[in-house]
Design a protein around this ligand. Structure first.
Ligand code: PHE
Length: 325
């Protein structure tokens, strides 16, 4: 085929191209490695010098021309597609990114579900608290050294960001008579230095079960049940004495994965028997009720469950982290 015919033919063909697949076929036919134009270039070397120069120049111009109309057509197709003028069924689809639930949401849901199976009711409380509910009613008066356990974000109005979910114990008992068993999932805040196990915001699940004859044995059973459920029986628990002003016989629960028995125990909750003063504060008659309370650290549980080594990853919005769940 002579070069001029080739040019005409290519233009004609291009006019009937309607989608990206056809365009690609066109490109292969006229600009591809096996196109007649490429063959023409291959054969140039056998021509005498003068002719080589002349034909070579012409072929180059045609190639340039074909490339230009190819690019134009491509843009045209893309544009009309973008404007929705027609739908190119041959175009590869766009990958649809699916959203992810945050790892804390996943674990929080599991925790809540485990407690629901044991008959616990879900209760919520405010994240902004008064000094009374966050501290005084929980036997942590001003100037009491125990306040240092909870470094506090104070708001200008004298209010504060709750440092734990325990104030909801008081809110709930003010309005409800035992027997009851509740959990309170929620966000807490502490004004303290961060490290890989401490952040200024985190989640707790408070638990409160009050009835006539509740003991620490009930607490142990329930905690064992829930943690077994969460970790499919794959963690060991350790109960160690501790101090919280709002409980008697305060303790902390530590856990450790069974398959990592050499690793460190991680503290995941504080607990104890509800201090009788709290019952008095909310107006219950003396010596009638007893109960246990606990505060479970959701981040800590999630870290063990998924092998995450830095609590600060939860809130820094790094997609490379979040997309793994
Ligand atoms: N509120 C305590 C904390 O944040 C945990 C706790 C809750 C301890 C209930 C005992 C009973 O550290």
């Amino acid at each position: 085929m002579n070069l001029r015919d080739l040019k005409q033919q290519a233009q004609q063909d291009l006019a009937s191209v309607h989608n990206s697949q056809e365009l690609e076929n066109w490109r292969i036919k006229y600009l591809g490695r096996k196109s007649s134009l490429s063959l023409f270039f291959d054969n140039l070397k056998d021509l005498p010098l003068e002719e080589k120069k002349e034909k070579g120049k012409e072929a180059n111009e045609i190639r340039q021309f074909l490339k230009t109309i190819y690019t134009q057509k491509k843009q045209e197709l893309e544009q009309s597609q973008a404007q929705g003028q027609y739908f190119d069924v041959t175009r590869p689809g766009l990958k649809i990114e699916k959203g992810h639930l945050h790892p804390l949401t996943l674990v929080l849901r599991e925790i809540v579900h485990s407690f629901e199976k044991l008959g616990f009711e879900i209760v919520l409380g405010p994240e902004i608290e008064t000094e009374y509910y966050n501290f005084d009613a929980l036997r942590i008066p001003k100037n009491h050294p125990a306040r240092d356990l909870w470094d506090t974000f104070w708001l200008t109005s004298g209010l504060l960001l709750r440092t734990h979910t325990s104030p909801v114990q008081i809110h709930y008992m003010e309005k409800h008579e035992p027997p009851f068993r509740i959990i309170v999932p929620g966000k807490c805040f502490r004004f303290e230095a961060t490290d890989n196990h401490h952040d200024i915001q985190f989640h707790q699940v408070e638990g409160l079960m009050v009835s006539e004859k509740i003991t620490l044995a009930n607490f142990k059973f329930i905690v064992q049940e829930v943690l077994d459920d969460l970790f499919k029986g794959q963690v060991d628990l350790s109960f160690r004495p501790s101090y919280f002003p709002f409980v008697t016989s305060g303790l902390e629960v530590f856990i450790r994965p069974k398959n990592k028995s050499h690793s460190q125990w991680l503290e995941v909750m504080g607990a104890g028997m509800v201090h009788p003063d709290l019952f008095k504060t909310v107006g219950y008659p003396p010596n009638l009720w007893q109960g246990f309370a606990f505060g479970l650290g959701v981040e800590r549980i999630t870290m063990i469950k998924y092998g995450i080594d830095d609590i600060r990853l939860f809130f820094n919005s790094d997609l490379r982290f979040l997309e793994q769940f």
